[in-house]
Structure formats: structure tokens, C-alpha cells
Design a protein around this ligand. Structure first.
Ligand code: AMP
Ligand code: ZN
Length: 476
């Protein structure tokens, strides 16, 4: 058995994974901005990194993995939505309504997709003091400055320093000079450099705000990038002896940072800039992992194209487990085309596995599947290996490792029946028996076909006194 290998966006190659502290393997994944229902594209990182979480727990021990997925509940998109949906409420009350409702829906959606709760789910609003402390540290170090109520980070100042910290642009593989050359011309007047980004900005009376850092009067709110630097510090560094009060930069790196490929630049590049400059560390996280994008029926998903699918909508049509498997059948780094045809195939694949596994107690995880997973989560290879498993107990355990095949036969039967109008089926079954009694076989066959199209299979028999009876079940 070879060890875990992961593709690292930072080095652009697959590397042997070795945790900084095998008793506390630490992973951070950027979570949702809670202003609207999550779409099926947002589900991809959640499912992909849930599989990695499960794999790490399997390899390093259930209690030895710390997984943080944050909730961004400070963002201007939230403010806009709150003002639109609750025009009569004070903005801060409206914001609370939007974020609470959206977060509750998100938690229900991802649970239905079979994802384990992460160890920590910090909310940005709970870590404002840490964000302010980071702003102050970055100003002290000369890589950030205060201007017109803002705190801004200067990538140029970062790269001018001869220090342990990395070069700005390394993750995205872009040079700062090119970025400067390509920057928009209408740069905000308070910015010294075209690539400077916001750590903190002023809030009007009506906007969410906290007393500003760096000696500024008035209230303000954090920018998006600093939120993740603060929440990863609070949950993955400070509990392990790192953080702003730690003078050993080696303690200020965690193991894995993940998110969708769209976050590489600027979000992750900026997270790295903030964290590495604040701590003097060479890496914010050792391994940077990014999932590819999701499109629907061959097209980019967008509201204007009418092919926008929320997780909720998908779960109305398909069991969560089907959606989960469907997401996992494409390698996480490849783009995925989300199609109804693939979902139907996923149904059949799960059926086959459930039929083979039956109701057995899970045994040992299949080594060929584990090998495939350990090779940068090669899910297509893992699924191919799962098709070769003949031992039901091993199939069940291997499914469990992926968050699949967890239902008992009784649960599956109940789930299948829940989607069927039993009274209507009973009526059709009775009508068919009558047609047969009257020897109207054309009609009885027609009813059988109608039921088959509804996914109902019939079994004809006789009762104790020899009268024909028909029972039915939901076909798999
Ligand atoms: P957002 O709420 O837009 O910040 O996105 C939350 C997460 O979903 C991030 O990790 C994004 O990279 C990811 N994401 C957004 N859209 C898609 C998509 N179409 N396909 C895959 N991942 C996506
Ligand atoms: Zn982030």
C-alpha cells in the first residue's frame, strides 16, 4: 500500500502527503457566503472535501483530523439581499434573517448529500477581533496601510521585502508586474497601487460594522479574504500553539487548504499574502487543492440560461446519495458535466451495489479502492475498483468510506415507497385484477405497463383459498 498522494496547486504536481502533526491533520475549505440557496456547483467542493476528510480519518484515525469549513456571514452580497428582501427591517436585523435562513438550508442540503459535519464551522461575525488583529499586524509589518477609513494590503510592499514569506502571485503562477500592467485603470483613489486589496472598509451607520482597527475612528467591516486568514488562524493554528502571539513561524502552517478552482486568484493568493506576512511563515498551508467547475447539460450554469439548479431542486428529484455518487464519478480536478442521463446511470450503479452488498455488517475496506483514492482521490479508478469487489461486507465498508451504501434494505424500501402514491397504485392493481377476471387481457396488460412506467413491479399469486392476488413493490 502506497501512502496518500495529493496534487498541490502551489507546486503544480502530485506530492506525497505528510502531515505536520499526524495526531492533528488540519484542513480548511472555504465555505459558502450565506445569502442565497446553494447551487449544485457549490455542492462540489463540499462533497469532494468530505471524501478527503473521510479518507484522512481512515488513514490517520477518526479523532486525528481537524476540518474547518467556514461560513461567510459578512459580505456585501448579503447586505444587498437583506435590503431587497426585508425593506422594512433595520438592515442588521434583515441580515440576520437572511444569514440564519440560508445557513439552515445549507446545512440541511449538505447533510442530505451525505457530508459529515466539519470539526469547526466558524462564522466570520464570530472572529472580527482576530481580523482586526491581523490588520494591525500587517500594517506594523509595512505590507498594509490605512487610507480613508480603509486598511489596504500592498502586494508590491510584500514582494519588496526580503523575508521568509513567499512571493505574491506564486499560487496563481502570475507575476505581479503583469498584474499591475493588466490592472483596471479606474482604481479607487485611496489605493496606492493598482493591485492593492481591501482588508477592512468603512461602514455607514446603516451597514453592519464594528469599531475599526489601526487607530481609525468609526465603524467598519472586514473584506472577504481576511475572514479566511482569521478563521483558519483561530481554528487551525491557535489551538496548536500558533497564531499572532507565536514567534515560531513553523507553527503557523496547516496541512491542506481547499476550494473551487475559481478561488485560486485572487481569494487564495490573498489569503496566503495575509497569513504568511502576518506570521512570517513560508506557507499558509502545505497543500492547496482545487476542484474543477461544474456545468449543466454541457453549458455554463447561469440564471439567464435557465439551467441554474439549487441543491434543493436536485434533491427534490433525486435521492441525496444518487447526487453524491454522481458528483464523485468525475475526477475532482476535471470539469464535471451535470446531466440527467448521468444521474440515471448513478441510480443504476447504486442499485447494483446495494443488491450485491445486501444488509451485511461492514467488513474491511477494499485495498484496490483505497489505493485509487490514495492516488490524489482518483474516484473514477476507485469506482472501477468497487465494481470488482465480490465480498458484500467489503463492498459495504468501502461504500461507507465514501459516504455511500449506508442505508438498510428497510430504509431503502421506505424511501422508495415515500415517493409513490400508494392509494393510486392499489386502485390500478385492483382494476387490473378485475380486467383479468373479465378476461380483458389487453386492458390488464395496459395497466401493468402503466404501473411499470411508474416504477411499480407486480407479483401475481394466489391466496389461501386459491383466489388471484397481486402484490406490488417499487422497482429498483
Ligand atoms: P461561493 O459561495 O461563490 O464563494 O462558492 C462556494 C464554493 O463553491 C467555492 O469553493 C467555489 O469555488 C465553489 N463553486 C462555485 N461555483 C462552482 C461551480 N460551478 N462548480 C464547482 N464549484 C463551484
Ligand atoms: Zn477562503
Amino acid at each position: 500500500m502506497t501512502g496518500l498522494r495529493l496534487y498541490n496547486t502551489l507546486t503544480r504536481q502530485k506530492e506525497d502527503f505528510s502531515p505536520i502533526d499526524p495526531k492533528h491533520v488540519r484542513m480548511y475549505v472555504c465555505g459558502p457566503t450565506v445569502y442565497d440557496y446553494a447551487h449544485i456547483g457549490n455542492a462540489r467542493p463540499v462533497i469532494v472535501f468530505d471524501v478527503l476528510f473521510r479518507l484522512l480519518r481512515h488513514l490517520y484515525g477518526e479523532n486525528n483530523v481537524v476540518y474547518t469549513r467556514n461560513i461567510t456571514d459578512v459580505d456585501d452580497k448579503i447586505n444587498d439581499r437583506a435590503a431587497r428582501d426585508y425593506p422594512d427591517l433595520p438592515l442588521n436585523d434583515a441580515i440576520r434573517k437572511v444569514t440564519e435562513a440560508t445557513n439552515a438550508q445549507y446545512q440541511a442540503d449538505v447533510a442530505a448529500l451525505g457530508c459529515l459535519p466539519p470539526t469547526h464551522q466558524p462564522r466570520a461575525t464570530e472572529h472580527i477581533e482576530a481580523m482586526k488583529a491581523l490588520c494591525e499586524r500587517l500594517v506594523e509589518r509595512g505590507v498594509a496601510y490605512v487610507a480613508e477609513g480603509h486598511v489596504l494590503f500592498s502586494p508590491e510592499a510584500m514582494n519588496a521585502h526580503k523575508n521568509a514569506w513567499p512571493t505574491y502571485g506564486k499560487l496563481a503562477n502570475r507575476s505581479l508586474d503583469e498584474m499591475i500592467a493588466g490592472a483596471r485603470v479606474d482604481v479607487a483613489p485611496y489605493k496606492r497601487g493598482a493591485t492593492d486589496f481591501v482588508l477592512w472598509k468603512p461602514s455607514s451607520e446603516n451597514e453592519p460594522g464594528w469599531p475599526s482597527p489601526c487607530g481609525m475612528a468609526g465603524k467598519g467591516r472586514p473584506g472577504w479574504h481576511i475572514e479566511c486568514s482569521a478563521m483558519s488562524m483561530a481554528t487551525l493554528l491557535e489551538p496548536f500553539g500558533g497564531g499572532l502571539s507565536c514567534d515560531d513561524p513553523m507553527r503557523n502552517t496547516f496541512d491542506i487548504h481547499g476550494g473551487g478552482i475559481d478561488l485560486v486568484f485572487p481569494h487564495h493568493e490573498n489569503e496566503i499574502a495575509q497569513s504568511c506576512c502576518a506570521f512570517g511563515s513560508a506557507r499558509m498551508a502545505n497543500v492547496w487543492m482545487h476542484n474543477g467547475f461544474l456545468q449543466v447539460e454541457g453549458q455554463k450554469m447561469s440564471k439567464s440560461l435557465g439551467n441554474f439548479r439549487t441543491i434543493r431542486e436536485v434533491l427534490n428529484d433525486w435521492p441525496g446519495e444518487v447526487a453524491r455518487l454522481n458528483m464523485l464519478r468525475t475526477h475532482y480536478r476535471q470539469p464535471i458535466d451535470w446531466t440527467e442521463a448521468a444521474l440515471a446511470e448513478s441510480v443504476a450503479m447504486l442499485e447494483g451495489w446495494y443488491r450485491k452488498a445486501g444488509d451485511v455488517t461492514p467488513g474491511a475496506v477494499d485495498s484496490a479502492t483505497l489505493e485509487a483514492l490514495s492516488d490524489d482521490m482518483n474516484m473514477p479508478a476507485a469506482i472501477a475498483a468497487m465494481h470488482q469487489i465480490s465480498d458484500p461486507a467489503s463492498l459495504k465498508a468501502t461504500g461507507a468510506l465514501l459516504g455511500l451504501l449506508g442505508q438498510s434494505a428497510a430504509e431503502r424500501e421506505a424511501e422508495a415507497k415515500a415517493g409513490v402514491d400508494a392509494a393510486a397504485v392499489d386502485e390500478l392493481v385492483a382494476a387490473r385484477l378485475e380486467a383479468r377476471a373479465a378476461k380483458n387481457f389487453a386492458e390488464s396488460d395496459r395497466i401493468r405497463d402503466e404501473l411499470a412506467a411508474m416504477g411499480i413491479a407486480l407479483k401475481d399469486g394466489k391466496d389461501a383459498s386459491g383466489n388471484p392476488v397481486t402484490t406490488w413493490e417499487v422497482k429498483r
